[in-house]
Each structure stands twice: as structure tokens, then as C-alpha cells.
Design a protein around this ligand. Structure first.
Ligand code: PLP
Length: 438
């Protein structure tokens, strides 16, 4: 009775984010989750599923951590929130900014806080452009991003997103955003040469493209990008919203490539979803420009920038990641995940390329393993539906003719749980197309 009531209320009153509206109207919510424990989620009907996506690539420490609830309660009961505008501050925000400076690569040493990834991206574009205004080059305003990128849904972040369906959702975008091929440093160089470096503020990239289908850059890509940005005096911004805080087996994704950006956006894993928080880290050099040239007010700030409870929760989350060595676990279990995919590939004709960096992985679905031919209608969404019925939550990516399954389980996952994931996947594939190799 209660379930039925919730289903009806959901249909009537809840417009879901990134949702198939008609299907939701017809079927109601697929799962109403009530509980989480480690890599598992449980719904109102008592169904238990593996959260193979860490929900939205973010619950890095896993679900149901009591100590997170305890620090949130303690902070909320003492000082839930106070403004950080102007010269006001609070201890959790100060300590988190200092902690981030300690763990971030290179000279990224100061943080502007937001409430999530989209706000972080919009903030980075504004700060980058403001930097050039302060440096006396206000014509440097173009933001260059990549064709398969996803940077969020605020107006700037939507405009920066390379994946076209997200931009086509609306009919007017922010100006001065441009897209170059996702893995070609030459494409970036050509764009700069054509447009003129004096019109370009920044180049933005995800260290591993997530929502676009977990695309891992060639080993030399970011070194070349860094060199091009240096050569043409363009700021290099990384969007570590997914790749930050251990996801790929290093603290930040860009560490795999041995370069340091001028600014870095983060969110998601900074709190593992136990509170809403994001931010932008800036380099000493960018910070210095603000210190030297800002004569007025830095006119950019969210009510919740430096939210005391969210920052306190983030500090505890980072403590857990370090205490339980979850970054090392992500690296080790990432290798297990990839090995699991490879085993599945040898068993199922449907599986084409497989890839993973730490616990960020993808499987391509193909009609023919030899020719890489695709199905006319992507199968990945059906795999997601069928896997969910069998106890595994994952996600499909079908942009640009892709037919891809993506994975990002909590960093706490163990070998046995990965095996469980693979068993469910194998059963799902066999149920969809009984094409097991013998
Ligand atoms: N940037 C990247 C790389 C993301 O993957 C996402 C969300 O998935 C965002 C930005 C947007 O973050 P949020 O949904 O917290 O606004």
C-alpha cells in the first residue's frame, strides 16, 4: 500500500533529473531505495542490488557509513552553516581548503567552494576569464573543450559540454565555447592557430571522459596539451569531478599523465555523496594574479560556498579514503575489473573493446567481435534494465553511435563482489542473446 502511494506521488510530483519522462509516467520509479551498505543498495521492496556506478560515480567510500552521519550530526548541532562571503570563515572550510592543497598535484593550492560539479565548471570558466581581465587581456575569453566531454548542466557547463544532445536540450547557449577532437593535441593546436591565442582563455578536459563513455586518453596526450597551453599562454583546466579522490587509482586522474593544470574542478567523490560539495582549485600563479590585481570585490560566490557541514563531511570522507587505503584498492580492484571484462569478452560475442583505469571502466557492445559491427539499435539500455533485474546497477552510453556500458563501483569493492558483478553480467548477456562461445 505504501509502495503504491509512493509510486503515484512520484509520478505526480517528482520531475526526475536526466529521466525518460514518459516511461516514468507510465511505470513509476524503477527502484525506491531505502538503504545502502557498502557496495549494495536496497529498495523498499527489499531488493538488493550492487551499485556498480557508485550511484553517480560519486559514492567512493560506499554506502551506509555511520561515522559520516556522526560528524554531520555533530557539525549540524554546533554550526550547520555560516556565510563565507567577504572575510567571514569557518573551521571546516579552512581545514578542507588546507587539506586539498596538501593532496592536490603541484602548485594547486587554493580552493573556491561550490555545491557540485556544474557550479564548479561555471566557476572555473568565470575565474579563468576574470584572470585575463586582471592581466589586462580581456579579449581572451573563448573556452575550448572536447567533443565527447560532459561538464554539467548549468548554463556555462552545458555550453562547454561537447556531447551535442545535452546542448540541443536548450535553444540558446552561452557564447564563446568551442569544441575540438577529444584525443588530438593537433586539433587543439590548429584551433588556436586559426582563432588566435589572444582570443582564448582556457582549454578544459576531463582526465578520463566519464559520461561520454569512459574514454581514456593516450599516454602522451596531456603532456602535449600542457605544452601547447604553455606555448600559447592559455590556462589548462581539468575537470576532475568524476576522476578525483581515488576513482582511477590515483588521488586525481591527471596524475596518470604527469602534468599539473592551472585550475582543477572537483565535486562528487570529495564527500562521496554524503553532502553536496564541489570546488575549483587554482594554482599559485592564478592565485597570485588575484592577489596582485584584484582591487575590488571577487564578485562570484554561492550562498553555500564553504558550507560548514559539507566541508566537515568531506574531511571525514578524505580521512576514510586514506585510512582504508581506498586509492590503492581502486588500483588493484581496477585490474580485477578489467580482467573480469576480458574473461566475459572471451565468453560472449556481444562484447567488443573493454577498458578501465582504476575503478572507471567500460565495455563496448558489438554485433560482431571480429568486424566491430554495431547493432542498428543500441543494446546497452536493455542490458542495463536486465542487469538491474538480476541485481546490478550500471549505466549505458549511446551517444554518437556508441553502444557502451560504463562501470564505477565504490572504491571499497572486493574481489568477491567484482566476481558477483561479472556473474550477473554474464547471465544478463546470455539472456539477451544466447551466443555463448563454447
Ligand atoms: N563534470 C563532470 C566530468 C561530470 O561527470 C559531472 C557529472 O556527472 C559534472 C561535471 C557535473 O556535476 P554535477 O552533476 O555535480 O553538477
Amino acid at each position: 500500500h505504501e509502495i503504491q502511494e509512493l509510486m503515484e506521488l512520484d509520478k505526480k510530483h517528482f520531475l526526475h533529473p536526466t529521466s525518460p519522462v514518459q516511461q516514468q509516467q507510465q511505470d513509476g520509479p524503477g527502484f525506491i531505495f531505502t538503504k545502502g551498505e557498502g557496495v549494495f543498495l536496497e529498495d523498499i521492496q527489499g531488493r538488493r542490488v550492487i551499485d556498480g556506478m557508485s550511484s553517480l560515480w560519486n559514492v567512493n567510500i560506499g554506502h551506509g557509513r555511520e561515522e559520516m552521519g556522526e560528524v554531520a550530526k555533530e557539525q549540524m548541532s554546533t554550526l550547520a552553516f555560516s556565510s563565507c562571503f567577504a572575510t567571514y570563515s569557518n573551521e571546516p572550510a579552512i581545514r578542507l581548503a588546507a587539506k586539498l592543497a596538501e593532496v592536490a598535484p603541484g602548485h594547486l593550492s587554493a580552493t573556491f567552494f561550490t555545491s557540485g560539479g556544474s557550479e564548479s565548471n561555471d566557476t572555473a570558466y568565470k575565474l579563468a576569464r576574470h584572470y585575463w581581465i586582471l592581466k589586462g587581456q580581456p579579449e581572451k575569453k573563448k573556452i575550448v573543450t572536447r567533443t565527447k566531454s560532459y561538464h554539467g548542466v548549468a548554463m556555462g557547463a552545458t555550453s562547454a559540454t561537447g556531447l551535442k544532445p545535452f546542448r540541443d536540450f536548450t535553444n540558446s547557449l552561452a557564447p564563446d565555447f568551442h569544441y575540438v577532437d577529444h584525443f588530438s593535441p593537433d586539433a587543439l593546436r590548429e584551433f588556436i592557430e586559426t582563432e588566435g591565442a589572444d582570443s582564448i582563455a582556457a582549454f578544459v578536459a576531463e582526465p578520463v571522459q566519464g559520461a561520454g563513455g569512459v574514454h581514456i586518453a593516450p599516454e602522451t596526450y596531456f603532456k602535449e596539451v600542457r605544452a601547447i597551453c604553455d606555448q600559447y599562454d592559455i590556462l589548462f583546466i581539468t575537470d576532475e569531478v568524476i576522476t578525483g579522490f581515488g576513482r582511477t587509482g590515483t588521488y586525481f586522474g591527471i596524475e596518470h599523465y604527469g602534468v599539473v593544470p592551472d585550475m582543477m574542478c572537483f565535486a562528487k567523490g570529495v564527500t562521496s555523496g554524503y553532502a553536496q560539495l564541489g570546488g575549483v582549485m587554482i594554482s599559485d600563479q592564478v592565485h597570485q594574479a588575484f592577489k596582485d590585481h584584484s582591487t575590488g570585490t571577487l564578485l562570484h560566490g554561492y550562498t553555500y560556498s564553504g558550507h560548514a557541514t559539507a566541508c566537515r563531511v568531506a574531511l571525514k570522507n578524505l580521512e576514510i579514503i586514506e585510512r582504508e587505503q581506498l586509492i590503492d584498492n581502486a588500483k588493484e580492484m581496477g585490474e580485477e575489473l578489467l580482467a573480469g571484462f576480458q574473461k566475459l569478452q572471451s565468453k560472449h560475442n556481444l562484447i567488443g573493446e573493454v577498458r578501465a583505469l582504476g575503478l572507471m571502466g567500460a565495455v563496448e557492445i558489438v554485433k560482431d567481435q571480429q568486424t566491430n559491427e554495431r547493432f542498428a539499435t543500441p543494446l546497452a539500455p536493455l542490458v542495463v534494465t536486465e542487469a538491474a533485474k538480476r541485481g546490478l546497477v550500471l549505466r549505458s552510453v549511446v551517444f554518437d553511435g556508441q553502444d557502451t556500458l560504463v562501470f564505477a563501483p565504490p572504491l571499497t569493492i572486493n574481489k568477491e563482489e567484482i566476481e558477483q558483478m561479472m556473474t550477473i553480467l554474464s547471465e544478463t548477456f546470455s539472456a539477451i542473446v544466447p551466443s555463448e562461445k563454447t
